[in-house]
Design a protein around this ligand. Structure first.
Ligand code: ADP
Ligand code: MG
Length: 404
């Protein structure tokens, strides 16, 4: 492929169906590698990720021309938006690695993460409608922070979660929300955080409440999914009536939480054998409730079209989940408006989820919203959707910042 020639996929397709399928994948990959490099932010050749050259060389490019080719693409890195002047809410993304079964199925990585520029680029390769050439669309999303699949759990924790935990002062509260398609690492990330959290909270008193929201109902994950109810008090603070509060020491925390998370309502969907159909909310009250730390594992953000044969109950579940995610987005938008004095209230009563998360929509609360992303071409639609939702919320708040 010399970049000038056309290739006719349709003709080749008729001749060599199977080989073409392979070749098409290879072409995607080469083009993606090159494009990934062009859209990444290396300002000069010495910053070049040499592994990319090796990978291109794998596809038959010799390294010399490849270096020359890439060296023509010098771009000044854009400054990263300072995240600290956001009003308490930070938006991040984390890409998980390709899993062995995806590699086996011939899937490939089509998401590039630039950590220094806090951006995620989704490379969407598709056949042009004439059927005669490949088209490559690059969708860029800017966040406060972006973590590549090479970032280990401990590095992620140290960078994203630990500052939030250790800087929490008395009477302060923080919430960490994971949002993304099923199978993108929400549970994985939380389990990893809890393992490390134990060490940072050693010596402090911890009281745990852990429940899930399934539709309009709530179930206690510390009491074998006993049904509990949401109640708000005179000051409009939301309580979970009937939920058990366990005091745990820091060392026992990870196993306790992991055990509770296993009780969640999971159901096999067509694509994901274990898809979570509920939101899990874990509340850690530290030092006798003076400081609160919350972890929210949201239900998979898949759209309805994902599953072809659904029962009536599943339809209701999907509708309910989508409704609560919409409500969450509406609340963040309203919160941004409220801070701008363009609105007077946040519509948090519209779903159980937003009722529980109500304190997130107050100016002093600290919130981390993490979009978890799958790297595969198969999941690209979901990945771009998750990123779109999160960047939309982020933009609502950025607009606020620029007005201030
Ligand atoms: P979710 O809770 O979003 O449905 P899971 O946390 O269950 O997704 O992750 C799905 C699979 O991906 C699991 O097998 C998990 O081990 C793997 N996984 C997710 N994130 C990572 C990661 N950062 N590193 C390695 N494996 C990961
Ligand atoms: Mg999960």
């Amino acid at each position: 492929y010399d970049g000038r020639q056309h290739w006719s996929l349709r003709e080749a397709y008729l001749k060599h169906r199977d080989r073409l399928r392979q070749a098409q994948g290879d072409l995607y990959r080469v083009k993606m590698l090159l494009d990934a490099h062009f859209t990444s932010q290396s300002s000069c050749l010495k910053d070049l990720d040499l592994s990319i050259l090796e990978r291109i060389a794998d596809f038959g490019f010799s390294q010399g021309p490849a270096v020359g080719f890439l060296a023509n693409w010098r771009r000044a890195p854009k400054p990263v938006a300072a995240a600290s002047d956001r009003p308490g809410i930070r938006f991040m993304a984390r890409k998980r690695p390709l899993l062995p079964f995806e590699v086996a199925a011939g899937d490939w990585d089509c998401v590039t993460v630039s950590r220094s520029c806090a951006r995620v680029v989704c490379h969407d390769g598709r056949l042009h409608r004439t059927g005669r050439r490949l088209e490559m669309l690059h969708k860029k999303f800017v966040l406060d922070q972006a973590y590549d699949s090479s970032v280990s759990d401990s590095e992620f924790y140290e960078d994203a979660v630990k500052p939030l935990v250790t800087s929490l002062k008395e009477e302060e509260a923080a919430t960490i929300i994971c949002y993304g398609q099923t199978g993108t690492g929400k549970t994985h990330t939380f389990n990893a955080c809890w393992k490390r959290l134990g060490a940072d909270l050693a010596g402090r008193s911890i009281a745990v409440t852990f429940f899930e929201i399934h539709g309009k109902k709530c179930y206690d994950l510390l009491q074998q999914r006993k049904e509990v109810t949401l109640r708000s008090d005179a000051e409009e603070r939301v309580h979970v009536r009937g939920a058990l509060t366990l005091s745990a020491d820091a060392a026992a925390l990870p196993s306790l939480l992991e055990e509770a998370l296993r009780l969640r309502r999971s159901e096999a969907t067509e694509r994901n054998p274990l898809s979570s159909r509920s939101h899990a909310v874990c509340v850690l009250a530290l030092d006798g409730g003076r400081t609160t730390l919350r972890f929210v594992d949201l239900a998979g953000s898949e759209r309805n079209y994902e599953t072809r044969s659904m029962t009536a109950q599943q339809h209701r579940d999907f509708a309910e989940i989508n409704k609560s995610l919409m409500a969450l987005k509406d609340c963040f938008r309203a919160h941004a408006q409220l801070l701008r004095q363009k609105s007077t209230r946040v519509p948090y009563r519209s779903s159980s989820l937003t009722q529980v998360l109500r304190s997130c929509f107050t100016p002093e609360h600290r919130t981390l919203i993490l979009a978890t992303i799958s790297p595969t071409a198969t999941d690209l639609l979901h990945s771009t959707n998750s990123l779109l939702q999160v960047t939309q919320m982020s933009k609502a708040l950025s607009a606020l910042r620029s007005e201030c």
